[in-house]
Design a protein around this ligand. Structure first.
Ligand SMILES: [Zn+2]
Length: 162
């Protein structure tokens, strides 16, 4: 139960991180669209200078997008990370308070010993094996925790034999 909660929390953090990065990216993209670079006037006569000018234009017009997307992605990711860390520290602090410990105790797994109550039967007592052994009926292996019928010393029968 505790492990499941932890994986759920990490999944939520993962989703939140992606959400933050995505939101940052979108905001950055909109910022870039709102701040378009003024393209150069390419009036060169030689193909060499015209090519260089167009290359420069491509670079200057691409820059806001690179800046917006990169900055937005990084900013969103960092902000999401900061919030995830803050939430983690907060939940850890809350867990230390006495009120939260009651809930933590509730989620503890039930120990197998609790269900090892023995029931008296006609040929023996039905119980949970505390030691590994061998069934006196079919010679199959009895593992610790298996339900067995305890007839006597060195005389345990597996669930199938009863
Ligand atoms: Zn058996």
């Amino acid at each position: 139960m505790a492990r499941r909660q932890r994986s759920l929390a990490s999944e939520a953090a993962d989703a939140f991180f992606r959400l933050g990065s995505g939101a940052g990216l979108v905001i950055g993209l909109f910022w870039a669209l709102d701040h378009p670079a003024t393209p150069n006037e390419c009036t060169g006569t030689s193909s060499d200078s015209l090519g260089k000018c167009m290359g420069d234009t491509l670079w200057t017009t691409t820059q806001p997008y690179l800046l917006g997307i990169g900055g937005g992605l990084l900013g969103g990711a960092l902000l999401a990370l900061a919030i995830i860390l803050a939430v983690r520290l907060l939940t850890r602090a809350l867990r230390r308070t006495p009120g939260a410990e009651v809930g933590a105790a509730d989620s503890r797994p039930i120990r197998p010993a609790v269900i090892s109550a023995s029931v008296a039967g006609p040929r023996g007592r039905s119980m949970i094996a505390r030691y590994p052994g061998t069934c006196s009926g079919c010679r199959s292996t009895i593992r610790t925790g298996d339900r067995i019928t305890h007839v006597g010393r060195q005389n345990n029968r597996c669930a199938a034999c009863g």
